[in-house]
Every structure is written in structure tokens, then in C-alpha cells.
Write a protein that binds this ligand. Sequence first.
Ligand code: MN
Length: 712
Amino acid sequence: MNKDNPQITIDDIINNIKYIDNQEEVEKIKKAYKFALNIHKNQKRLTGDDYIKHPLNVANILSTINADAETIIAALLHDTISVGNANIEDIESKFGKEVASLVSGVTKINKLNYNNTTEATINNHRKILVGLTEDVRVIFIKLADRLHNMRTMGVLQAEKQKENANETLEILIPIAHRLGINQIKSELEDLSLRYLKPDVYFSIVERLNKSKNERNKYVQEMMDNVSILLNEHNIKHEIIGRAKSIYSIYKKLDKGKRFSDIYDLLALRVFVDTVSDCYQAMGLIHSKYRPVPKRFKDYIAMPKSNMYQSLHTTVFGPDGNFFEIQIRTYEMDEIAERGIASHWSYKEKGKNLMKGMEDKLQFFRSVMEIKDSNEEDMKNITEALKNTVYIYTPKGDVIELPYGSTPIDFAYRIHSKVGDSMIGAIVNETIVPLDYILQDNDVVKINTSNNSQGPSKNWIDMAYTNQAKNKIRSFFNKIDKSEYLKIGEELLNKELRKRKLPISEFIIDENIEKILSELHLAHVNDLYINIGNGKFTPLQVINIITKEDINKEETILNRITDSNESSHNGDIIVAGIDNIKINLAKCCNPIPGDDIVGFIQNGIGVNVHRKICPNISQVTEKLINVNWNDNIIDKYSTHIIVYTDSTKDLILNIVSSAKNNGISIKSINTNKNSLKNIYDLKLSVKDVDNLNKYMNQINQMTEVINVERVIK
Ligand code: MN
């Protein structure tokens, strides 16, 4: 089982990666080897081997799951920073951005210290490991790194061996399992058992060895019989006798089974070409060998969450032996053994591949989150992936927060009660203001008081995470309920008047019932409160009733409209500052050509408004000059409303005119009453000229009273 190979050379690896057919990439792998060789030239492993043998072995393990060139290169370089003295800039200039980000990813997660793990922190560590990893390939390298370290762990002290084995079992193996990389997972399990419970491990090995010849004889006989059976029915197949892993036997013994009772010690795996062959083969086998009741599992119809598919059954074989038989297609086998790594694909290289893998990782992240988090947390975690800081409590627990977080976020992350009663924060033994931006490895202590009056409203702006913002808001929501109730009712009535919808006709039981059920509210008071606190806009509420009038054309339009959103960061120049995050204000939706101004939002970036936006007109502080860049290619979202004086439907004219001007309509809502039609349009436009021309054309339609750009 010890597959460590101290004699391994770069030629072995080149030999193993024949699946990479791009010669340039192969040369780059050789270059990475030379680079690592030079960095590690005088370094030795504890085993006494040259250090370079470790990255070579890690790369070799990854070649067995057909890792791509970047992953192999990053594996060769993975210790050049933390163990050697290479730097990331050098790696980036020699091997490119992608490799550099993989190497720094591995370096980063290797720095994490998982000692003294309790149930809660184990869960946390798994999350952090996954959360830290933007690119799933970093996790593959980490797993291969650990696998080789475990294979060569014999030289370590027993205590250290146990610690590593424990950590592998608790943190890395569940990740390997979720990713479905059975090949690596199974060897890690066996190695962990070998160091955690050597006596159990070796006694299983010994018993397996003793019964080996006998078992081989039975398995061979059964393989021959099944093969004859399938051939008689023209099912093309291959059969292998399958060794159960030592760890899986241990698990069964641990559940109280006796060694002689573990029937699936005799195990076969049948490979066929198609899914229907799987079921047919299963049927034939069951017709000849009696199945053991309740042992049949159809993971083809119902795949496991890590995408594993197979048919499993156990049958009574000749001589009264039990055989566990798995039947699967070659494709299913690929996924079973390599999990999401089986999706490496060298023909469709590029974005699609990465995107697919990211989706898998995302899926995996969500699986890990499901147990103890709500949707809001999920969103926060996803947001946090790019720029994350790791903060310590005074007790040494790690808390993961997005960069930009303040002590307020930290306090609310620990508990709402801590946040609500916070009176100050101490970072690294120094008192800090509450809008202090937390840095990696800060030790944060929150001072609380029972006499605290609760959070103050400007904490909402100081907090960075939605979680904290929402918790502060919900503190005020409780207090402000009666106030919001009043405001909400006023807002709704005002909007109804504006739209010439008689209040007495709108606020009727039938409509209210519909609105409450649509918005999942229990009582009309809740409706007003939620309008008052801004959760729903009055228009949103009114639309629930009036949207029934929306034409079928619009439904079709909604389906085909373009909703492509991009970040526009380079399109706006902020005087004197590079690389700052730009957010376009949703209230006034600025587009190129508009006079604009920036509002600095601490720790987030610059919010860009139109100069005429009333929301910014009161503000004097924190404003900054911003300008549009000259050559903008992106399209921009904006919002207009068209009022017409008849009930004649202008929707087709509006849409075709947009098309003529190269403007895409992202959504369209119609309000109709007996006097007029109101079209509410979300557009994607090039710039102000583009928009004005379009609005003029609409204005020239005889039925149109007015067209206006919306500022909320
Ligand atoms: Mn390493």
C-alpha cells in the first residue's frame, strides 16, 4: 500500500501525462520541475530523501486522476514558497497567473492550523478550507500533498502521526468524499487507520492475507460464471475482482460484525457499455443467483450526492459464499473513482471547464452549508470567497469574515446578543473604532454591557456583511414597527393616488388576500410594516394586482430579453484612485454621458450617482469626483416610464423602436387603468445619446403623454 516512490523522476511523470497532448504544456511542466529542483536543491525530507521527491510524488498522484497541466505544474511548485524561498511574483512571471494563484492557494491553506479540534471547529475548518479555495484544483493538490505526506509519515513521532491522521480523517477525507475522489479518499482512509489504530489495521491485513488464496479462488470461479452468463446474452462486459479497502472492513467490524460475516469480502465489479446493459446484467445475475434481501441498491436511478452511480447487489454464490456485485458503465466508473476530477477535459479547455468545476465546488459548498446555515449565510459565504480574512477570538477560535468587515460584523457573527450589547472593541489589545477594518489574524475582543441601549443606526453602514446589517435592522424593526406601519400605509396610498387607482377600489379583501399570500405575510399590518421599512416598494405591491393585465407578448419578451450584467469597473475614473470597486446607484441608474458624482462607502467602494439624484443632494461629506472613461463598450442598465393617454397597447411599437436603436429591454411592466397605460421599462443602453434618441422616438408616438427617466 505504501506507494511512495523515492526513485521517482520527472521522466516518470512525463510518461504518466500522455493525456496532455499539448507539447508547450509538457515543456512548461519540465520547466517547473527545474525551477523546483533549483529552489529545493539543498533541502531534505525527514525521510532523508531529496526534497524534490515530494513535489514529484504529489504531481504523480495528481497524474493518476488525469489532472491538467496547470495543476501538475502547481503541484511541482507547491512548496517552493513555504519550504523554499521562491516568491509568488517570480512564479507568476515564469508560469502565469493561473499557476501562481494555485500555488498561493495551496500555500495559504497549508498555513491553517487545525489543532485541538472540537466538533464545531472541525466543521468550521472544513468550511474554511473550502471557502478559501476559489479553484477546486487547489483542493486536489492539497489532497495529493497530504496523501504523499501520509505515505511517508513513518519517520514522524507517534504523536504527530496520530495528529495528522486525525486531521485527515476529520477534515480532508470528508472533502475528498464530497468531491467523489474515491481513489485518493480510500488510500487516505487506510493510512489514517494504520496510524490511529495500528493493531486493528495490522490484524485486518493479516487475516486478509491468510484467506487470500481461498478468496481468490472463489472470486475467479464466480467471475467466470458471470462472464459466461452475460456472454450467452450478448452483453459486452469486463469483470474485475475487487479488493475491499481495509478501512471499509474496519468500519463493518466496528459496527459489531464478525470478520467471517462480512460478506462483501468477496466482491466483483462488472463494467458494461450502457445503462440498459446494467439493468439487464443485474436481472440475469439475479435469475441465476439468489439475491440477499434488502441488499439491492439502485444508485443509477438515484445517484448519491457526490454523483456516484452504480447498481449494487449481494447474491448467494456457489459454495454458500456471499458476493457483493457492483454493475456500472465505464463512464460511471470514471466518476466513481475520480469524482469531479473526472471532468477534466482537454478538448474543451478554457472557461467552460473552469465554470463547470466551479459549479461543482459551489454545489459542494452548499452541501456543506446546508446543515447549519440559512440562505443569507450562504450568500455571505459565497460573497466572502474572494477576499476573506481570518479573525481569532481571544480563545483562539477562527472566524471567517469577508475583507472589509468591522468589529460589528465580528460581534454579530458570534451572536446577535453580543452585537446588540456591544459597547466597544479591542483588536490586538488596542481599542479600535467600530468602523476599523479587520485584518488577517487580528485577535478581536468585544466589550459588551447589560446596560447597552442597543446598536446605533449608523452601524448598518459600518457593518460590511449582510448578516450583521440584517441583524441590526431587525433590532430596529422590532422597535420601529408602529412607526413603519404608519409610513407604509401612507406610502401605499400615495402611490395609488399617483397611479390614479382609487384607494377604496384597491384595498378590498380580495386584493389584500392575494397580496398577503404572494408576499408570504400573515396580516395586512405586516404588509404596511414591510412597505414602511423598505422591504417591499408600494409599486411592487400594486403590481401584484395589476400585473394580471400584462400582455402575453410581454411574457414572451421577458423570456428573450437580455439580462447580462457586468461590473463596469474600468468605465469610471475615480480621481487619484486605481482599482477601487465601483457600484452604480440603483436609485438613479447612471449611464455614460450622465453628469455623475461618487459617494465613498467605507470598506465597500464608490457608489456612483447622477448629479441630479435627490438621494445624493443632501450629502456633503464623502463625495468624490468621478468621470466616465472615453471608450466604453459595456451596456448600462437604466429605467424609464412611458405614460400613454389611451388604452391602445403600444408595447410592440416600444419594443421595435428599442430594437432599432440597439437597446435591449430587460423587463417591462404594464399598469393599466381606464384612463391610461403606464409602461415601466428596464433597459440596457449604450449611453445618454442612445437613450435620448429612443425616448424622443417614443415621445413622437401620438398616444404618448410623457416619457421619463426614473429616479427612485
Ligand atoms: Mn507539500
